[in-house]
Design a protein around this ligand. Structure first.
Ligand code: SAH
Length: 214
């Protein structure tokens, strides 16, 4: 079996650099994080393939390219406090942990939150706080945030998340209907919200008070 570091470098060159991901810090983080360690055994053989993969509980770990695009849109320099909604496997939180000062990540399914927390701890990520709750409400105890990343789809960005984004902050989320969405990058400045629409995508639903009902 080829070693995982080799497969990761290949993933970064062929799936990310070749498609225009250029932020050197994002590429470096994705070379570093052992993606296979965030997956159940049955998905590991495909860990570095160009696809989303099942992680149990009907949920998926996002395609590496989607992780890279969304992370790049956050424009992280290293000093930020980041909120992630939808911990899932914990992989995206680990990538963010390389690029920001602190990551608060929220998951609604206890089994996933538990597995992700164990993986993050085993790999030594000490700047990630895992919370089990409805992420459409944000994480009011830790707000405001410099950056917010939503990794499940909703028809609109939940209002509490916009409220918990600090001045000059950037929020990235998949917005659309249940079947397909578009990535939106929202920038808060001077009491104004600027919205930039990016690539089309397919995410599992964001379920909660300010998301879908089921
Ligand atoms: N970022 C993840 C992949 C996200 S899959 C990773 O790197 O693996 C989307 C996740 O969002 C799922 O685990 C799902 O359970 C979770 N989710 C859906 N609605 C949520 C909500 N209201 N609050 C928190 N998590 C939610």
């Amino acid at each position: 079996m080829m070693d995982d570091e080799y497969l990761r470098n290949l993933m970064v060159e062929r799936q990310l650099v070749a498609r225009g991901i250029s932020d050197p810090r994002v590429l470096e983080a994705m070379r570093a994080v052992p993606r296979h360690r965030f997956m159940p055994e049955y998905s590991r053989k495909n860990a570095y393939e160009d696809m989303a993969l099942p992680i149990g509980q009907n949920q998926t770990i996002s395609q590496p390219y989607m992780v890279a695009i969304m992370t790049e849109l956050l424009r992280l320099s290293g000093s930020e406090r980041v909120l992630e909604i939808g911990t899932g496997s914990g992989y995206q939180a680990a990538v963010l942990a390389h690029l920001a000062r602190e990551v608060v990540t929220v998951e609604r399914i206890p089994e996933l939150a538990g597995t992700a927390q164990v993986a993050l701890r085993e790999l030594g990520y000490e700047n990630v706080i895992c919370i089990l709750s409805d992420g459409t409400l944000g994480a009011p105890d830790h707000a405001p945030f410099d950056r917010i990343l939503v990794t499940a789809g909703s028809s609109d960005v939940p209002i509490p998340l916009i409220d918990q984004l600090g001045e000059g902050g950037i929020l990235v989320a998949p917005v659309g209907d249940r079947a397909s969405q578009q990535i939106v990058q929202l920038i808060k400045s001077g009491g104004d919200i600027q919205k930039n629409y990016k690539t089309h995508c397919i995410f599992v639903p964001l379920i909660g008070r300010y998301g879908w009902n089921y």
